[in-house]
Design a protein around this ligand. Structure first.
Ligand code: HEM
Ligand SMILES: *[C@@H]1O[C@H](CO)[C@@H](O)[C@H](O)[C@H]1NC(C)=O
Ligand SMILES: *[C@@H]1O[C@H](CO)[C@@H](O)[C@H](O)[C@H]1NC(C)=O
Length: 335
């Protein structure tokens, strides 16, 4: 009996000490994000972000797409550190001027509103980089997509990289290989590429982002024949050879404000809007099979999307004492 008690006491001691040990390493580990990061310092942080995003998306459904894209364009440039949110000033040249972002990236006012609400609730606590990660998840959920727990604890950069923004973010007329290479440079693979491209199930693109396909795909005066030709004819009516650069088109014309798998179904029908969309089906056997899989099974797409979003959100975060918690997402702190 005494033997037995000793065993129990020993066991519970072991359990307790390992608990303390893991709690310590949990908080102290550099480069490690976890969903409970603000549970004590700002317990309402997640609800506040959701509330402001929901309000913005109710006013304008496209805002969900714009916020989702901001997180992507942030993470591919020096990691998920809110560098994309900095305006130009002093030595900082804003990433907002880059080719992928200029006249295109949007949602900054909504981020400002989220940040203002968070500063009021718990000053100097929640990073702008975490706001982007949470807003991307909330935007996905609000448009009917999957949910996931967002690992948190990112800190904000004290600089931006215009060249990084120009070079790291794939362009719509990049080849399949170039796009895959740019994903691999961020530690993402072909599965992540196909799943995350499924973001194009919501949101818009400008005429200038796909015009080449309609008139002169390979510099030979011919359209892109991997684009359904009656769909191409329809697109040409509002995307002329010259002019109308900023005219807007749905990336997923079937259900433009619903997060679903119709984007992948359209790729099977050669009705992807961007060249970078269609090549996922036409240029590589592995990605082609993935496109088919997600077109046939929305749940598979949703599960992989959530997993890949967490992976993307983990790209080189600033943690511990690196970086800062900006007071205003548009500028670095004064000190
Ligand atoms: C795979 C390479 C990718 C390329 C080449 C690409 C390119 C583009 C382009 C050209 C646009 C339209 C921009 C405009 O004309 O203003 C766009 C929009 C969008 N992209 Fe991507 N993208 C890629 C991957 C991603 C990923 C990984 C995400 C998110 C995880 C994403 C989310 C979005 C969203 C939501 C929009 C619509 C934004 C809005 O309506 O404001 N894209 N993308
Ligand atoms: C892609 O588009 C950009 C901007 O319109 C253009 O400068 C570039 O030449 C294009 N690249 C290819 C490979 O067509
Ligand atoms: C197509 O593009 C090529 C290369 O940019 C150019 O030389 C040619 O004039 C264009 N053709 C047409 C019909 O626009």
């Amino acid at each position: 009996m005494a033997h037995y008690m000793g065993f129990i006491i020993g066991l519970s001691f072991l359990a307790l000490s390992s608990l303390c040990f893991s709690a310590k390493t949990f908080d102290g580990r550099i480069g490690y994000l976890y969903p409970q990061f603000y549970d004590h310092s700002c317990p309402n942080a997640k609800e506040i972000v959701y509330f402001v995003v929901a309000k913005a998306v109710a006013i304008e459904p496209r805002m969900a797409a714009s916020l989702l894209r901001l997180h992507f364009h942030d993470c591919f440039v020096q990691g998920c550190d809110a560098s994309i949110l900095l305006d130009s000033s002093g030595t900082i040249v804003s990433e907002k001027r880059s080719n992928p972002n200029r006249n295109s990236a949007r949602g900054f006012e909504v981020v400002d509103e989220i940040k203002a609400a968070l500063e009021k609730e718990c000053p100097h606590t929640v990073s702008c980089a975490d706001i982007l990660a949470l807003a991307a998840r909330d935007s996905t959920v609000l448009t009917g997509g999957p949910s996931w727990e967002v690992p948190l604890g990112r800190r904000d950069s004290r600089g931006a990289s215009l060249s990084g923004s120009n070079n790291n973010i794939p362009a719509p007329n990049n080849t399949f290989q170039t796009i895959l290479t740019k994903f691999k440079l961020q530690g993402l693979n072909i599965v992540d590429l196909v799943a995350l491209s499924g973001s194009h199930t919501i949101g818009n693109a400008r005429c200038t982002s796909f015009r080449q396909r309609l008139y002169n795909q390979s510099g030979n005066g011919q359209p892109d024949y991997t684009l359904d030709q009656s769909y191409a004819a329809l697109l040409r009516t509002n995307c002329p050879r010259s002019g109308g650069d900023q005219n807007l088109f749905f990336l997923d014309f079937v259900s433009p404000i619903k997060f679903d798998n119709s984007y992948f179904k359209s790729l099977l029908a050669y009705k992807g809007l961007l060249n970078s969309d269609q090549v996922l089906f036409t240029k590589n056997a592995v990605s082609r099979e993935l496109v088919k899989k997600y077109a046939y099974n929305q749940e598979l797409f949703f599960n992989q999307f959530a997993e890949s979003m967490i992976k993307m959100g983990n790209i080189s975060p600033l943690t511990g004492y690196r970086g800062e918690i900006r007071e205003t997402c548009r500028k670095v702190n004064a000190y």
